[in-house]
Design a binder for this molecule. Sequence first.
Ligand SMILES: *Cc1c(COP(=O)(O)O)cnc(C)c1O
Length: 402
Amino acid sequence: MKNNIKDDSIVQIERGKILREKFLVFGSPLIEQPEIDEVIGSLKSGWIGTGPKVHQFEEMFKKYKGVKYAMALNSCTAALHLSMVAIGIKPGDEVIVPTMTFAATANAVIHAGGKPVFVDCQRDTMNIDPDDIERKISQRTKAIIPVHFGGRPCDMDRIVNIARKHNLKIIEDSAHAIETEYKGKKTGTFGDIGCFSFYVTKNIVTGEGGMAVTDNEDYANQIKILGLHGMSKDAWKRFSDAGYKHYQVVYSGFKYNMMDLQAAIGIHQLPRVEKYWKRRKEIWDRYNNAFDNLPVFVPAAVEQNTKHAFHLYTLLIDIDRLRISRDQFLSEMTKQNIGVGVHYIALHLHPFYQKTYAYKRGDFPNSEWISDRTVSIPLSAKLTDGDVEDVIGAVSDAITIT
Ligand SMILES: *Cc1c(COP(=O)(O)O)cnc(C)c1O
């Protein structure tokens, strides 16, 4: 970060002038004609629930990730929950989770009966800190859920080593990280199970939707069956033209199946994953360049030998030096008709986790430092060059307010 404000790379604007009329929705996805046609096709076919398109989407995802099994579900939260059940998390078990994440990561552990044990993140990468993981391991620890924050891969060499040493499972929360690679290997394939999200703001979308991937046949079968009421495999085919098939209920399962209506979107989004990534990288580079001279911290450089998924562009507002607070910055951006996000207020600062597990402010200094300063600005393949310049103009306007 540089402190002197030079005006050569930022847009010159009249202070406080509203730059755009139309509100720029944060995380708005790019939806194109083929998925619109495919959804209509699904509706007209009469088979809108789990069916052949879900199967096709799973096959495509399996190839994309280079894994043996891919199970489409109605969310990444469902994938995380079923992963916890599949690896056998029970009451009394502890699972290591970064506090700098979305609530779903920790709630999945709780829904399986386990206890999430929070770990701090590194200030620069915002990813889970391997040293703190080691400090928080106890006799009860069964698994680690690394979250590839904003699309940046965690330090998987160290995490895999720690897991081996302590005989822990790894479930990767790859909700931000569909494209991410670490030393040539795709995220979601390092541990026992990888979980992905196709929620509206994510890098590719199905509306709501998620996927669990694994090379372990037993986990794959459990997730498949648990996701559809605990009914025996391929129960979704029971109404097909192959004739009615009896099913058996083998677990008390959940209702987590993806619909063909959702997969209809996914099968057209997935082939564009690289094209969308390239567009986000362009925007990312433009932002880096534009904010170089502003009193904000921009995301850390992409590490050698990794691929960053560029899911979130997080600015850290230097509240120690500026007159503006983070929350004032958020409202200035909204006034400028730019949608913003906060990823995240660390979980241990939320009432539920404080009440239930006695966490308090002061427990995780790096995550708190980020929680107090972070703002995510739009980074979607849908953004036009004009949108990007509006965001840059709004940021420089908000940040230089005195
Ligand atoms: C979005 C998100 C999830 C949950 O994904 P859903 O598909 O909405 O259930 C989980 N973890 C992280 C880090 C996320 O950002």
